[in-house]
Design a protein around this ligand. Structure first.
Ligand SMILES: Nc1ncnc2c1ncn2[C@@H]1O[C@H](COP(=O)(O)OP(=O)(O)OP(=O)(O)O)[C@@H](O)[C@H]1O
Ligand SMILES: O=C(O)c1ccc[n+]([C@@H]2O[C@H](COP(=O)([O-])O)[C@@H](O)[C@H]2O)c1
Length: 216
């Protein structure tokens, strides 16, 4: 990460067990539209609110490295893994802000994550550091949003052009829907002999090589 150059820096945090096209296609489409210089793929360490990943951290990183070869803007960032703590986004955004003081920071989440945002640690302070961009996700709609999320959007919703500078906004993207989750992919992979539809080929090759998720 460069320290001083003003840049448009996007961060996509996730468990990535495994990384799939539902993460990458909307994020890359957004990078094209918004002119992001870089997308940090940031695997979480022991997410506090969910089951632990099925594969080792080294394999989640290996699969992300394989995916990062697909586009020069994709960079794998192991900062949260190196902290050795349950990952929380607030300290992560503080870290990015310190490392890139002049950058416009954007944190990318899926619609399911937006619906749960009030459960995140000190969630209202996240907006002091970055804009949030929300990727649509099949099966998740604002109709199911809690009152706090409705209020948040009334206060913070911005247009794509307002992502150019500053922080504290939420942009609801219209990227196309990719109907897949890592949970579904893990179930599809057991005994699989061909690359499943929503898995990038280099990630499939990594999975095959290391016999992950029941692939023999
Ligand atoms: N198909 C998808 N479309 C849009 N956003 C997605 C999609 N899949 C995941 N995301 C978003 O990417 C981020 C990281 O997701 P994560 O690594 O947990 O994948 P997942 O498919 O939701 O995994 P799991 O099924 O294991 O819960 C989250 O903000 C999530 O909302
Ligand atoms: O900060 C929090 O409390 C918090 C709670 C839930 C999720 N997050 C972050 O949201 C991102 C997506 O999480 P997940 O569980 O869908 O893989 C990832 O970067 C997590 O660290 C962060």
């Amino acid at each position: 990460m460069q320290s001083n150059a003003p840049r448009k820096v996007a961060i996509l945090g996730g468990t990535f067990d495994p990384v799939h096209w539902g993460h990458l296609k909307p994020a890359l489409r957004l990078a094209d539209s918004c002119g992001w210089d870089v997308i940090h793929l940031l695997p979480t360490c022991a997410p506090p609110h969910r089951q632990q990943p099925e594969v080792l951290n080294t394999h989640r990183l290996g699969m992300l490295d394989a995916a990062a070869g697909l586009d020069p803007r994709l960079v794998v960032n192991d900062w949260e893994l190196r902290q050795g703590l349950p990952s929380r986004t607030l300290p992560t955004l503080k870290h990015f802000r310190e490392r890139c003081p002049n950058a416009t920071l954007v944190f990318i989440i899926g619609m399911d994550s937006l619906l749960n945002l009030p459960d995140w640690l000190h969630w209202e302070r996240l907006f002091d550091y970055a804009h949030f961009v929300v990727m649509p996700r099949p099966g998740y709609t604002l109709e199911d949003a809690r009152p706090e999320v409705v209020d948040l959007l009334a206060k913070r919703r911005i247009s794509m052009s307002e992502l150019e500078s500053g922080h504290g906004g939420i942009f609801l993207a219209e990227a196309y829907d990719v109907p897949i989750s890592a949970t579904e992919l893990r179930a599809q992979l057991a005994g699989q002999t061909e690359c499943p539809e929503f898995l990038p080929e280099p990630v499939w090759q990594y999975i095959q090589k290391h016999h992950l998720y029941g692939v023999r």
